[in-house]
Design a protein around this ligand. Structure first.
Ligand SMILES: C[S@@+](CC[C@H](N)C(=O)[O-])C[C@H]1O[C@@H](n2cnc3c(N)ncnc32)[C@H](O)[C@@H]1O
Length: 266
């Protein structure tokens, strides 16, 4: 608990992002990963492999953008740092551990950014006011230099969560909050499609709860029913093995990986 307090204090995030709970969520991610390092290893390795497969299709290798840096554990930074002149990693909250770890690579830059563009306007939003409209071009201006490759890594399903929690805390119904959440997800997908360079998308597709006996108790879309691009690869990520949420049920994620703007998938 004390360790988590210290990490939270050292986590970098804007005031609106803190207000919506992104610093707290970053610490929670760090803490869960510490508890389940071995269980998450295969998922992280699959993510790194797919990211490298995506960059193999890049003709120019000046700048690569990584969206959703988190703990950095699923990013192949050593390889990307050797392949590209600039590796720019975006997240809405940066853990102190990630900032220290990134110093290892002189051409890796960690940037604080909200890739949806809705967090700051939302922090001033109250029930009865028009909601900010998630824009597909929210990512276009992240950096003045356009990227040669974009990787969205285990980020998509997370984008609507805290905005939806926030609007419900302000009194919005679940149904309206979900409509807003879908608009955030769709804007991210349209934004990725709008890049002219190769794009890799690794995203949670379904949440699956399993009993102690291994039976599926519940399976639901992790992206509010939004259609994802056809996956080239998929795998199961035991995100919360039994004991994390309760002693009887474990939660796993069906992760799907796809490539956009790549002429010949191989
Ligand atoms: C499930 S984590 C995956 C991160 C990383 N790939 C990892 O496994 O450690 C999702 C990440 O998305 C970030 N995130 C959530 N909403 C964001 C937003 N609006 N803009 C930028 N990053 C966001 C979170 O801070 C978190 O680090």
């Amino acid at each position: 608990m004390l360790a988590e307090m210290l990490v939270w204090t050292g986590t970098q995030a804007t005031k609106p992002a803190r207000q919506l709970g992104y610093a707290r969520a970053a610490v929670s991610l760090w803490s869960r990963r510490r508890r389940w390092t071995r269980d998450w290893a295969e998922h992280e390795s699959n993510t790194r492999d797919f990211a490298l497969k995506t960059v193999a299709a890049c003709r120019r290798r000046d700048t690569v953008w990584l969206l959703g840096g988190g703990t950095l554990s699923d990013l192949p930074l050593t390889e990307l740092s050797a392949l590209f002149k600039r590796v720019v990693v975006y997240d809405i909250a940066w853990l102190p551990q990630a900032r220290v770890a990134a110093r290892r690579w002189p051409n890796v830059e960690l940037k604080l950014a909200d890739v949806t563009g809705v967090v700051r306007p939302l922090s001033e939003w109250r029930l009865g006011m028009p909601l900010p409209i998630p824009q597909a071009d929210a990512m276009a201006d992240l950096d003045p230099v356009p990227p040669d490759c974009v990787l969205s890594l285990n980020l998509l399903s997370q984008l609507p969560l805290l905005p939806m929690e926030y609007v419900q805390r302000q009194g919005m119904t679940l149904q309206s909050a979900e409509t807003f959440g879908r608009a955030i997800l769709q804007a991210h997908l349209r934004g990725l499609e709008a890049f002219t360079c190769p794009v890799g998308l690794i995203a949670d597709a379904r949440r699956i709860w399993r009993s102690r006996a291994g039976e599926v108790v519940l399976s639901e879309s992790a992206v509010l029913g939004v259609k994802l691009p056809a996956p080239e690869k998929s795998w199961h990520w035991p995100v919360a093995p039994r004991g994390e949420i309760d002693n009887e049920t474990g939660l796993e994620i069906l992760v799907e990986a796809s490539r956009l703007n790549t002429e010949s998938p191989d």
